[in-house]
Design a protein around this ligand. Structure first.
Ligand code: ZN
Length: 315
């Protein structure tokens, strides 16, 4: 369990040998660094001793002093040379907002270059993606009786490698449909965002039935694939042309309100999209799912969830 206040105390420590050790012990306690390590040669527990390399501590086997191990081994920080205190600061920023302001972070001395920052973000995103994959495996379902789900399709452009004979590879802009299902309940949002091959009835209804519980009130656009179809499967369907009928009696929230939520949401996707590839689009959709399903729902907030997921990666 980690709290922001506690983390901030660590981040504010000056970079001395003593503090580096303190930070390592703190990270071990939170489970994001290994707590125990066994010697590969004799399988006995290794000991944490001070050393002169960057982290200030390493694992040593009292029987084989010749092969010490880094405190980072088995964690997500293994391949990085960034001081652990900087990693903590970066994790804090990462949890604050998915959109990372690189310039500010360079000015604040978290890392010297945007390349390093990009690499660091990639490491943390990988952690989040792994968590989303576990979530998807468990099954993501939304809605139910008295619950509202807005569904919509958006087109996203991305670049795709395009083979053209001997001329080698060039990049071509491609369009990709994203099918979104968004549960809105008070201030809580639970989005499910999926790439779809086409927008046929079979594809879309398939996704709806897979992810949305029966008896849900579903607000749809006018797309003909599901127009008037959803009642068959036990849903209450409202389309935007019947706006006035669609009122959330529980909270008194009106369609416009819900629609705005969805719009903001799409904007969020667009903002992250940039001029990227299909892979990057998939990644951002997953990151948005991570944020709403796991991040903001954690009892210790987004940061708490991030620590939880980083901990899961410790081998
Ligand atoms: Zn040994």
């Amino acid at each position: 369990m980690v709290q922001v206040r506690e983390l901030m105390k660590m981040i504010r420590l000056s970079d001395t040998k003593k503090n580096r050790r303190k930070i390592i012990r703190w990270m071990q306690k939170r489970g994001i660094l290994r707590r125990t390590v066994k010697c590969v040669k004799c399988n006995r527990r290794m000991h944490l001793v001070t050393c002169h390399v960057k982290d200030g501590l390493w694992w040593v086997c009292k029987h084989h002093r010749s092969s010490p191990q880094s405190v980072r081994n088995g964690s997500i920080f293994t391949k990085s040379h960034i001081p652990l205190i900087k990693w903590l600061e970066f994790m804090h920023r990462f949890a604050q907002g998915l959109q990372l302001k690189q310039l500010a972070m360079i000015t604040d001395g978290i890392a010297a270059s945007s390349r390093t920052l990009t690499r660091m973000a990639k490491v943390l995103r990988k952690v989040c993606i792994a968590a989303v994959k576990r979530l998807r495996k468990r099954g993501m379902r939304i809605g139910g009786r008295h619950r509202f789900v807005v569904i919509d399709q958006s087109k996203f452009a991305h670049k795709r490698k395009y083979h053209r004979g001997r001329c080698g590879n060039t990049w071509r802009r491609e369009r990709q449909w994203v099918f979104g299902m968004l549960e809105v309940e008070g201030k809580s949002r639970r989005p499910i965002l999926r790439l779809v091959r086409d927008r046929t009835r079979k594809t879309l209804i398939g996704k709806i039935r897979h992810h949305i519980r029966p008896r849900t009130s579903i607000l749809t656009d006018e797309w003909r694939a599901y127009k008037g179809q959803l009642a068959k499967y036990g849903y209450d369907q409202y389309s935007v042309c019947h706006k006035k009928n669609f009122v959330d009696h529980e909270n008194g929230a009106h369609t416009q309100h819900i629609e705005r939520a969805w719009q903001n949401y799409k904007l969020e996707v667009w903002r992250h999209r940039g001029n990227r590839t299909l892979e990057s689009l998939k990644l951002h959709l997953k990151m948005i799912e991570w944020h709403h399903w796991l991040g903001v729902r954690h009892y210790n907030g987004v940061l708490g969830r991030l620590f939880h997921d980083v901990k899961k990666q410790v081998k």
